[in-house]
Design a binder for this molecule. Structure first.
Ligand code: AMP
Ligand code: MN
Ligand code: MN
Ligand code: MN
Length: 280
């Protein structure tokens, strides 16, 4: 089977490795096709491409777009996008601007709970201030001794009902899918099991997504159990959607799957990359 990983993060968003380091690690670990999918930003793709050429692996231009749908946050991957496409680039820039306001709101909430200086602290974990997100706050909170590791931060802070939570409006689903499709890419619902949707809401989402031009759902990914992978393989087939796989790698000590070690897609899935592969 082809060693393919279509979801990972660099320092451009909330990963710990630079785009070049990430590609080097992927190549060393046997990945043949890698998509870099930073949150709401495509600025790492040029550097990743240079390194991919040097290391002789195929790089797919990707992005992971933050979306609000029926009061929930969803992540939509864009694969094989054109990063220079104007509506995509403008849309992503406006999401990143919104993230700065949100980060100030998060810091205000943490202040109320006696945790001060978190905006600056989180900012210190970003890459030249390009994108700021909850994982940067989480690293600050661990560093300050408020939690023992990243996982426990997301149990005690930054989530609904806990200190540091703020509601935020991301892009609409139709805008995100539209930007991806108009730039020539394929839209994929990232880690669908994470949203814990009931059957009817899930069906609504999959139907709406497909009607908007969405093509696939992520079946193999770090936050899915083996059972969830099988379940979402079934949903994909049932809804006429293709299947994707990606580690959602953020860094060597922060991620469940390292690059290059994903299980195969369940049988009967149509891989989202099925018509990309020119080699046998
Ligand atoms: P944001 O897009 O700023 O809301 O941040 C979301 C990011 O936080 C995700 O992409 C993960 O990197 C990280 N994250 C969210 N929940 C968890 C969790 N339970 N454990 C580890 N990382 C998480
Ligand atoms: Mn992340
Ligand atoms: Mn995600
Ligand atoms: Mn991700």
């Amino acid at each position: 089977m082809l060693n393919i990983d279509l979801h990972c993060h660099s320092t451009i968003s909330d990963g710990l490795l630079t785009p070049a380091q990430l590609v080097t690690r992927a190549a060393t670990r046997g990945v043949e096709i890698l998509a870099l999918t930073d949150h709401d930003d495509v600025a790492g793709l040029d550097e990743a491409r240079c390194e991919a050429t040097a290391k002789n692996i195929t790089l797919i231009n990707g992005v992971e777009i933050s979306v609000s749908w029926r009061g929930r946050t969803l992540h939509i991957l864009g694969l094989d996008i054109d990063p220079a496409h104007p509506s995509l680039a403008q849309g992503l820039a406006s999401i990143r601007d919104g993230r700065v306001t949100r980060a100030h709101n998060i810091a205000t909430q943490l202040d109320k709970h006696g945790i001060h200086g978190s905006f600056e602290g989180a900012y210190g974990h970003t890459s030249k201030g390009r994108l700021i997100g909850r994982l940067h706050f989480a690293r600050f909170l661990v560093e300050q001794g408020h939690a023992k590791d990243i996982k426990s931060v997301f149990k005690k802070y930054l989530v609904k009902g806990k200190p540091g939570y703020t509601k935020h409006e991301w892009a609409t689903l139709s805008d995100a899918v539209g930007w991806i499709c108009s730039s020539g890419g394929r839209a994929v619902i990232a880690h669908p099991a994470r949203y814990k949707l009931g059957k009817n809401v899930l069906d609504d989402l999959l139907n709406e997504f497909r009607q908007m031009g969405g093509l696939a759902i992520e079946v193999i990914t770090a936050s899915h159990t083996k059972e969830q992978a099988l379940l979402f393989a079934h949903h994909a087939q049932r809804m006429g959607l293709m299947a994707s796989c990606g580690s959602d790698f953020h860094g060597p000590d922060e991620s469940f799957y390292d690059l290059g070690q994903l299980p195969d897609l369940p049988a009967d899935c149509l891989p989202v990359w099925h018509d990309w592969i020119k080699k046998a």
